[in-house]
Design a protein around this ligand. Structure first.
Ligand code: F0G
Length: 457
């Protein structure tokens, strides 16, 4: 059998620059040990996020030339509408400038103070938009997700028993919807099974509560269903996606991930009434109905991206690269959230830097060390990201303390993955000597990780 190779070739390249350790020592100090504050030109391999950082295809670029920039009724809007209906089955939609804007608009309609939003792990902007409205995000992800070393095929699942107990104990009027994030980013880019989505839908129907899919990486989720769930091996990704979305009443989408555009998002609705209510907020916050937060050319690229992003080869190329990095880390014995996720490797910082106390943020410390080692930028998914408890203002220490290495789509080669793994190994090899981390000197009241300032402990 022949080895695997990607089903694309490269038409355009962008130079990236190596730096010296001395330069990086200076830059990271100037950035207050917050990787978001680094200039991108001071980063060699940028694994901060897979959001908006992918390489568009030649078909997407050519679609951009045909963008219709009319204020109202643009053909680009109708192309996007058709793609959303054909691929995801939503008859109503609103374009937004990105995923969190979709959350802002939809939650303005659905959430009121004191509400509860149960789900598998809510993404940070989702939790932010819930808590900003003085409501509560209730994480009911399966317990297995908190043990990075357990190999579970659908580690992103919600615990159906916990959900049923929760719904029994709370008045339906306080639960405006259930939020399922596919794939579960916070738990490590882990997928949710079709069986789980179906189970949530059954319970939701029983209690008369709608279901929202936070859909940034829905196509990667469908890929894992095809590869891992009994009965789906012979189905196409598009068939699986159609089946998944039978179970959703609404979707919020950050198109910067699986639709492989640099900017964009949308809300999908099955019912006209909520769509009409949300339209008012969309016009206020985003833009008129037929463009929301997007230009015509971006809507065109998004329509093509939704189609290409739900092709098996696109997903196979991508997810194999993430798995490749995982295999390299296995060779070096570096612990990460197992199995490898769809969009990223989440390194288990508590195990890689066991001597750094939690109050000194091991995952952030590992991120800084990896940057110093080779100019690689990851992102902390740990106690800094978890923010303080909105009521007690105490730090929240989640069970998982991870450094996420998110792989942009079609952007880096496996040679880059080799460098990432080798650099991480170097840090891992000197873990005994890394005993101190970082402490916060300045922070925002919510979503603090973006702007936090730190110093060495
Ligand atoms: N939902 C999920 C599951 C996400 O991962 C993100 C963004 C959003 C919503 C918000 O979308 O950025 O377009 O406003 N995740 C990025 C990340 C930022 O790096 O994981 P957005």
């Amino acid at each position: 059998e022949l080895p695997f190779a990607e089903s694309y070739k490269i038409k355009m390249v962008e130079p990236i620059r190596r730096s010296t350790r001395e330069e990086r020592e200076r830059w990271i100090k100037e950035a207050h040990y917050n990787l978001f504050n680094l200039k991108s030109e001071h980063v060699f391999i940028d694994l901060l996020t897979d959001s908006g950082t992918g390489a568009m295809s030649d078909r997407q670029w050519s679609a951009m030339m045909l963008g219709d920039e009319s204020y109202a009724g643009a053909s680009s809007y109708f192309k996007m509408k058709e793609a959303i209906y054909n691929i995801l089955g939503f008859p109503y939609f609103l374009p937004t400038h990105q995923g969190r804007a979709a959350e802002n608009v939809l939650f303005s309609v659905l959430i009121k103070e004191g509400d509860f939003i149960p789900g598998n792990s809510h993404f940070d902007t989702t939790k932010g938009h819930i808590e900003f409205r003085k409501a509560h995000a209730v994480d009911l992800t399966i317990d297995e997700a908190a043990n990075t070393q357990l190999e579970v095929p659908f580690k992103g699942n919600i615990d159906i028993n916990k959900l049923e107990r929760f719904l029994k104990e709370h008045p339906v009027s306080k639960v405006p919807f259930i939020c399922m994030t596919v794939t579960n980013n916070t738990a490590g880019g882990q997928p949710v099974s079709m069986e789980n989505l179906c189970g949530v839908s059954k319970l939701a129907k029983k209690y008369g509560i709608p279901v929202l899919f936070d859909s940034a990486r829905f196509a990667e989720n469908a890929y894992f269903i095809k590869m891992r769930e009994k009965g789906y091996a012979d189905k196409t990704i598009k068939e699986i996606v159609k089946e998944m979305y039978q179970y959703a009443d609404y979707m919020t989408m950050s198109s910067k991930k699986d639709a492989i555009v640099n900017m964009g998002g949308f809300i999908g609705f099955k019912d006209e009434e909520t769509f009409q209510k949300a339209t008012v907020f969309n016009i206020m916050y985003e833009g008129y109905v037929t463009y929301g937060g997007m230009s015509g050319r971006d809507m065109n690229a998004l329509a093509v991206g939704l189609d290409e992003g739900t092709e098996f080869d696109t997903l196979d190329n991508r997810i194999r690269q993430v798995a490749y990095l995982g295999q390299k880390l296995d060779e070096y014995g570096i612990p990460y959230q197992r199995p490898a996720g769809g969009h990223a490797i989440f390194v288990d910082a508590k195990r890689v830097l066991p001597n750094v106390p939690r109050e000194e943020f091991p995952a952030q410390t590992l991120g800084v060390e990896l940057y110093l080692e080779a100019g690689i930028r990851g992102v902390e998914i740990g106690a800094i990201l978890a923010d303080r408890d909105p009521e007690t203002r105490e730090n929240r220490y989640p069970e998982l303390e991870l450094l996420r290495l998110a792989i942009p789509r079609r952007t880096y080669t496996n040679n880059h993955m080799d460098v990432v793994a080798a650099a991480l190994k170097n840090v891992f090899d000197r873990r005994d000597s890394i005993t101190r981390g970082v402490v916060i000197t300045k922070e925002a009241p919510i979503l603090r990780h973006f702007t936090v300032e730190l110093e060495k402990a």
